[in-house]
Design a protein around this ligand. Structure first.
Ligand code: NAD
Ligand code: WQD
Length: 336
């Protein structure tokens, strides 16, 4: 029998790409999304790309009666939980909303899963749990440090999941710490689509490439990095999506809980990103150096051995692939 997966937040950026990777791997998928940060046409786009109808339920992961109905209407084998609020800056303005949505949502979901006897979960965590790491590339064993309410919500969620896993052998839990997801789907029908002015580098660069914003502001060139600008481990969203399939496979076939980084193991500076995107779009993109962004981390880069050993995961796509796919998506209107 085909395993059915519940994808919370499945209409969002990473969730929608993961939907396609799961369908391609032979899973049936049910999406639950509130559309708080997703565009209404994503399910239609998923149907177009996959060539099959999409089951998408509009609702909130904190609605426990709705979750009970979903678990009784569908025989769900496992849940991939993306649904969360993700803006660091906004989390500082609205800490309670972030804790309520991200940690509260997880607790409601876990209780509903427990009632339904569905105890396999993949959880979206983040490199942000490392704070300013002592060591780069950063191993999963590095201490967790919170820098803001968003990061704190991910740390507390990881702690809840570890507690559950340690005290109840019925649970199998995959915690995936993403580094910096970038790029878009090869169809150019899906990608990152921020509603407001983008906070993150890649979607901002896309808007400059489109001519919608005049220039990129580089937040500081006096970090202790090779060219002085911030370094990140950018991972193609399609590679990241594949990581979720491997995580689910490990949970379902072996009942094997895991905590792994998902990154490439390579760091790229802001100036390297601007150069790579300039190559992809065919013109030199304008930028200016401005002050550091408060709270920014100089370098994030993943140690990747654990993902390779436990999940057999390694990335296949390059920075050029990320920039080319992002540009293809932006050109057909995706970043608007
Ligand atoms: P996204 O905002 O595109 O997707 C999240 C989805 O969850 C959205 O479609 C939103 O409508 C939905 N959602 C939010 N709250 C909900 C709720 N209470 N009930 C139901 N649906 C809800 O974000 P994304 O970039 O795809 O991120 C997915 C996950 O990965 C999040 O948990 C995020 O914290 C985590 N993450 C993201 C990044 C990143 O840089 N994009 C990095 C590390 C971790
Ligand atoms: C990357 C680099 C900036 C914008 C954030 C969250 C993190 C995670 C991913 C979810 C940094 C520089 C950026 C710009 C710039 N999300 N930059 N000009 O800061 O690594 O992480 O998103 O878990 O929690 O904090 O990503 O894309 O914002 O920045 O110079 O206009 O680009 O200083 O060095 P970041 P980012």
């Amino acid at each position: 029998m085909t395993d059915k997966i519940l994808l919370t937040g499945g209409a969002g950026y990473i969730g929608s790409h993961t939907y396609l990777a799961l369908v391609e791997a032979g899973y049936e998928v049910v999406i639950l999304d509130s559309f708080a940060n997703a565009h209404a046409d994503v399910p239609d786009r998923l149907a177009r790309i996959s060539g099959a109808p999409v089951i998408c339920i509009t609702g909130d992961v904190r609605d426990s009666a709705l979750l009970d109905r979903i678990f009784s209407n569908h025989r769900i084998t496992a849940v991939v939980h993306f649904a969360a609020l993700k803006s660091v800056a906004e989390s500082v303005q609205m800490p309670l909303e972030y804790l309520e949505n991200n940690l509260g949502g997880l607790l409601v979901l876990l209780a509903a899963m427990d009632r339904a006897g569905c105890r396999k979960l993949v959880f979206s965590s983040s490199a942000t749990v490392y704070g300013i790491p002592d060591e780069t590339p950063t191993p999963e064993t590095a201490p967790r440090r919170s820098m803001n309410p968003y990061g704190k919500s991910k740390i507390m969620s990881e702690e809840v999941l570890e507690e559950l896993d340690a005290t109840n052998a019925d649970w199998a839990i995959g915690i995936l710490r993403y580094f910096n997801p970038a790029g878009a789907h090869s169809s150019a029908l899906l990608g990152e689509n921020p509603r407001d002015l983008p906070n993150n580098l890649m979607p901002f660069v896309a808007k400059v490439a489109l001519g919608e914003l005049p220039r990129i502001q580089v937040f500081g060139n006096d970090y202790n990095t090779p060219d002085g600008t911030g370094v990140r481990d950018y991972i193609h969203v399609e590679d990241l999506a594949r990581g979720h399939v491997l995580s689910l496979d490990a949970l379902i076939s072996k009942g094997q809980s895991h905590l792994v980084n998902l990154g490439t193991g390579q760091g790229q500076s802001v100036l390297e990103i601007i150069a790579a995107y300039s190559d992809a779009c065919g013109r030199d993109l304008p930028f200016e150096i401005v002050a550091r962004r408060p709270g920014d981390v100089p370098i994030y880069c993943a140690r990747t051995e654990r993902a390779k050993d436990i999940l057999g995961f390694s990335t296949e796509k390059s920075l050029a692939d990320m920039c080319r796919s992002s540009w293809a998506w932006a050109m057909q209107g995706g970043s608007n």
